[in-house]
Design a protein around this ligand. Structure first.
Ligand code: PDD
Length: 286
């Protein structure tokens, strides 16, 4: 396996990072997860723009110019002989003495991983997953903005632990006001009275790139879409619910907190959007 580390592709055995790296010591860094279909990357420009935004928000200058990322990602896919790929770009603050000041680190550490894409089990996509609304609240935007896709994932990991404890596939977090936000690595949508609803970005979520595509496809299909503030009760009364992210695309939800949602099967809006996602995919590949 070839891994890009800092300035070159190295074998997996040589792909090691210092124990003084501030990404390891403090979770100081940013990342992106991308996906390639038949070697073509989904929403590449948007992922690179979000990486840039995350880096900017933590005052980290990406050591690789914008135009160099696409060829590097392509090379990572090709060197590893992949067609369907999971790609991860990680940029940490870099190696430096102990201490929180980023100035202790001379240059950021860059890693690009290209791994074979592992699809989710078909039965989950067909039947839907179980969600738990977890006690852990989503990070307050004014403390650590969920719009920074940072290496510091403890908020999400603690929520995931709660979900696993509750026997659910994933945990849905509320914000400090008690409104729905997102799951540990995906955005959430639900359907109520034929309207497609999703928590707005100002509820404190990552503005998912799959979310953006789903909103676009729904609008093109004249499905009414609204981004707003919702209580757990509105989700419990929903007819349908699904999650979105780069690796799962659109994942139906069949149960929330142990209670079936709607018919307990993926509903018509979910299925329509999933078909549209598939049939329009080529529009979003680079
Ligand atoms: N996760 N919300 C959170 C907290 C996420 O971590 C992600 C992505 C999303 C969905 O974003 P997108 O549609 O751009 O993938 C929402 C990725 C898959 C990850 O962490 O690997």
């Amino acid at each position: 396996m070839w891994i890009y580390l800092n300035d070159r592709f190295v074998d997996r055995k040589e792909a090691v990072v210092s124990v003084f790296d501030h990404g390891f010591l403090y979770g100081d860094g940013v990342y992106e997860t991308l996906r390639a279909y038949g070697r073509r990357i989904f929403m590449l420009a948007q992922h690179l723009a979000r990486l840039q935004r995350s880096a900017h928000l933590i005052g980290l200058e990406l050591p690789i110019p914008e135009k160099d990322w696409p060829p590097l990602l392509n090379e990572a896919i090709q060197r590893n002989g992949l067609d369907e790929a999971y790609l991860r770009i990680t940029v940490s603050r870099g190696e430096g003495d102990i201490g929180l000041d980023p100035a202790l680190c001379r240059r950021p550490t860059v890693v690009i991983l290209a791994l074979p894409f592992k699809p989710y089990p078909v039965h989950l996509l067909q039947e839907g997953v179980q969600l738990a609304i977890v006690p852990v609240r989503r990070n307050l935007a004014a403390a650590l903005s969920p719009q920074i896709k940072s290496l510091n994932f403890l908020n999400n990991i603690l929520a995931k632990r709660e979900a696993v404890k509750a026997g659910a596939f994933d945990g849905l977090m509320l914000n400090a006001e008690g409104h729905l936000t997102e799951c540990t690595a995906s955005n959430v949508f639900f359907v109520q009275a034929g309207r497609l609803c999703t928590p707005s970005v100002d509820c404190g979520i990552l503005d998912g790139i799959t979310r953006e595509v789903v909103i676009l496809l729904a609008r093109e299909q004249r499905i009414p879409v609204e981004a707003g503030r919702y209580t757990p009760e509105s989700l419990r009364q929903a007819e349908e619910c699904f999650l979105t992210n780069t690796t799962m695309e659109i994942m139906p939800v069949r149960e929330v907190d142990g209670k079936p949602l709607g018919s307990g099967r993926p509903g018509p809006v979910t299925l329509t959007l999933r078909n549209l996602f598939q049939s329009n995919l080529a529009r979003f590949l680079w």
